[in-house]
Design a protein around this ligand. Structure first.
Ligand SMILES: Cc1cc2nc3c(=O)[nH]c(=O)nc-3n(C[C@H](O)[C@H](O)[C@H](O)COP(=O)(O)O)c2cc1C
Length: 397
């Protein structure tokens, strides 16, 4: 298929971002990144998006994030891009800042559009954020643009702005998180300004033909968050401005719909259908695609232009090739369990993410992945990293 700017993508498999958490103590990319992306490039996906790369080393989402603030890791980034773009793979770098979703173990005082703390259930794991000044916002916009410029110089074939899952761009979009009364808050046009200025800065720097995509929530699924109607308006505006592709997801740390989904096997399809009536740019739905049949059906019905897949690609990095060679029906991604019901109820999606990140590390080390549902190792790993607050505390009344 072809993107509107004429860039060819060899097939409709879109490997969605998964944070690798493989960077060294200085948040630099390492050999394991190169090995992992070499595997995915060999696995056949048309587009491979990296795990979120952070724009500011003072604002990390988790240990092991890659941070790009300058060109000091250029040699390693070039090797990552070179191996990850083999076999005609479009390797895109996802660019992110966590805003208030930076855990206590990472940030004493995270920043956000407004000083709105996390909801009760997550307050023990996240410090309350400080409101960004207008100058700091402008500086952060430059950081997003700068990281994208380094990605292009290193040889990545495109970038993705992370505008979903409750991170900083999403916080600006959300009327719950953004209560500002300057040009970055209030009506949607203002709440969008952080995103549109990042996009304009990137476009000006990267040129017309360099793919810039956006991952966006169909909705925050919060009572007073970013809604489906607002999300559609944002996509319309971004498409008008020349965005190359939109990836649809949903939720945030408090409403983790990106991993649990909505009612159907494949998440967010109803929204994607509505969106496709409004915009012409390629739409990618991500979340819940497991069977060959559900993928074919979504493409045939025109509900999505590409198949966004994350967790199954951590279990089998060669999944696209296996599907194309007819050697695949379905993969199951079952909920992990400790075997203790009371404890399982306290386990949030973070434990599942650690399990999948462990599989990414195995791929990077040239080992077979392990498919099981035992939650203990990822749980202990999470507690060792973030302390007991990594468990979801009981919701206060
Ligand atoms: C280990 C792990 C790390 C993830 N990291 C990111 C990330 O860095 N950026 C992002 O946009 N989504 C991230 N996600 C979410 C996935 O991209 C995807 O939206 C979600 O897993 C649903 O798709 P799936 O059902 O195919 O897994 C992550 C998911 C997992 C399991």
């Amino acid at each position: 298929m072809e993107l509107p700017n004429g860039i060819r993508v060899k097939n409709r498999f879109f490997k969605s971002a998964m944070s690798e958490t493989l960077a060294n103590a200085h948040n630099q990319p390492v050999e394991k990144h190169i090995r992992l992306y070499q595997e995915w490039a060999e696995g056949g996906a048309g587009v491979v998006v990296t795990g979120n790369v952070m724009v500011d080393r003072n604002a990390l989402g988790e240990p092991g994030n890659v941070v790009i603030e300058d060109e000091k890791d250029m040699d390693m980034l070039k090797r990552w891009a070179e191996k990850g773009t083999k076999h005609g793979t479009c390797l895109w770098m996802q660019i992110n800042h966590p805003g208030k979703q930076s855990p206590k173990t990472m940030s004493k005082e995270p920043v956000a559009p407004s000083a709105i703390p996390m909801g009760d259930a997550l307050r023990s794991a996240f410090n309350p954020p400080r409101k960004l000044t207008n100058d700091e916002i402008k500086n952060l916009i430059e950081k997003y643009v700068n990281t994208a410029a380094v990605a292009k110089k290193a040889g990545f074939a495109g970038v993705q702005i992370h505008g979903a899952h409750g991170y900083l761009v999403n916080q600006f979009l959300s009327p719950h998180d953004n209560r500002r009364d300057d040009e970055y808050g209030g009506r949607l046009e203002n709440r969008m300004r952080f995103l549109t200025e990042i996009y304009k800065g990137m476009r000006g720097n990267l040129g017309e033909s360099f793919p810039i995509s956006l991952k966006l929530n169909s909705s925050d699924f919060n009572r007073d968050g970013f809604t489906e109607a607002e999300s559609i308006t944002v996509v319309e505006k971004m498409a008008e401005m020349g965005l190359d592709l939109i990836e649809i997801s949903g939720g945030n740390y408090e409403q983790p719909k990106m991993s649990t989904g909505t009612d159907s096997e494949v998440f967010f399809l109803d929204y994607a259908q509505k969106l496709k009536e409004k915009v012409d740019i390629p739409v990618v739905v991500t979340g819940g695609f497991r069977s060959h049949e559900s993928m074919e059906s979504a493409l045939e019905k025109g509900h999505t232009d590409m198949i966004g897949i994350a967790r199954p690609m951590a279990l089998d990095p060669h999944l696209p090739n296996r599907i194309m060679s007819g050697d695949y029906e379905s993969i199951t991604t079952r909920r992990l369990t400790t075997g203790i019901k009371g404890l399982d109820e306290k386990i949030g999606p973070a434990v599942g993410n650690v399990y999948y990140a462990m599989q990414l590390k195995r791929i990077a080390e040239g080992k077979e992945t392990q498919q099981h549902t035992n939650a203990w190792r990822p749980l202990l790993h999470l507690i060792a990293t973030h302390g007991p607050q990594a468990l979801k505390p009981k919701r206060r009344k």
